[in-house]
Design a protein around this ligand. Structure first.
Ligand code: PXP
Length: 250
């Protein structure tokens, strides 16, 4: 379908920093990865500054703001410290994610419905500073409605449950999760929200999500950085870009 808007690819470079931090030195350099990602067709770079700084560092965020030619999507927890950092750098986009110290990765979506007032106050200054605010949520009606009420411009749907079910061969569940993602993309877009999606996506799982016309951006990291070990970063990203474009063609 030629009239579909382009699907943007945000490459998450967190796990380049994970490998760097395993030895505590300077390489591999996430900024170098970001520049290669741009060359390979990334429309944006995503980085999550976690409270425990387990991968991306404050200096990485500063460096990314300096060197990037594409927009930075700054993932952060809804804490005062992160708000101050975002207000200082004013990245193109901020994505508010839930964060627990003991988790290995961002396990679920944000509980917007339960924290509506607090989150509305939290995101207001970020929007005023010019950042587009995205909220990372499960594909649930109540969360989407709450994200819309608090003034978010974008929601990012958590694709982890779909990807996990697929990886473990639970096909019916994978299909059910995919249906939810599709229906909730349509619902969110009908409210005027821009829809993004991400978490756990691979070459095997990206196609159906990329084909949803309402989805405007995918954020993909861990799989790509892993695949770069075998293919190199630029070809690994270029292949994801190719699969996304093909899915979009129908
Ligand atoms: N989107 C959000 C909001 C995330 O928190 C993450 C993981 O940091 C991703 C996308 C990318 O997930 P993955 O690294 O599994 O591709």
């Amino acid at each position: 379908m030629a009239d579909q808007p382009k699907l943007r690819l945000g490459v998450n470079i967190d796990h380049v920093a994970t490998v760097r931090n395993a030895r505590g030195g300077a390489y591999p350099d996430p900024l170098r990865a970001a520049k290669i990602a741009e060359k390979a067709g990334a429309d944006g770079i995503t980085a999550h500054l976690r409270e425990d700084r387990r991968h991306i560092s404050d200096a990485d965020i500063e460096g990314l703001m300096d060197v990037l030619s594409v927009p930075l999507n700054f993932e952060m927890a809804a804490t005062d410290e992160m708000q101050q950092i975002a207000l200082r750098h004013k990245p193109h986009a901020v994505c508010i994610v839930p964060e627990k110290r003991e988790e290995r990765t961002t396990e679920g979506g944000l509980e917007v419905a339960r924290e509506e007032n607090k989150l509305a106050h939290f995101i207001a200054p970020l929007r005023e500073a010019g950042s587009r605010v995205s909220i990372f949520i499960a594909a649930e009606r109540a969360q989407i409605e709450a994200a819309n009420r608090i003034g978010a411009e974008v929601i990012e749907l958590h694709t982890g449950a779909y990807c996990d079910a697929y990886a473990e061969g639970r096909w019916e569940e994978a299909d059910a999760e995919l249906s939810k993602l599709r229906d909730m993309s349509v619902f969110a877009a009908s409210l005027g929200l821009e829809v993004h999606a991400g978490h756990g996506l691979t070459y095997d799982t990206v196609t159906p999500v990329a084909a949803f016309p309402e989805v405007r951006e995918l954020n993909i990291g861990h799989f790509l950085i892993g695949e770069a070990i075998f293919l190199g970063l630029e070809p690994a990203i270029a292949e994801m870009r190719r699969l996304m474009d093909k899915a979009r063609e129908g």
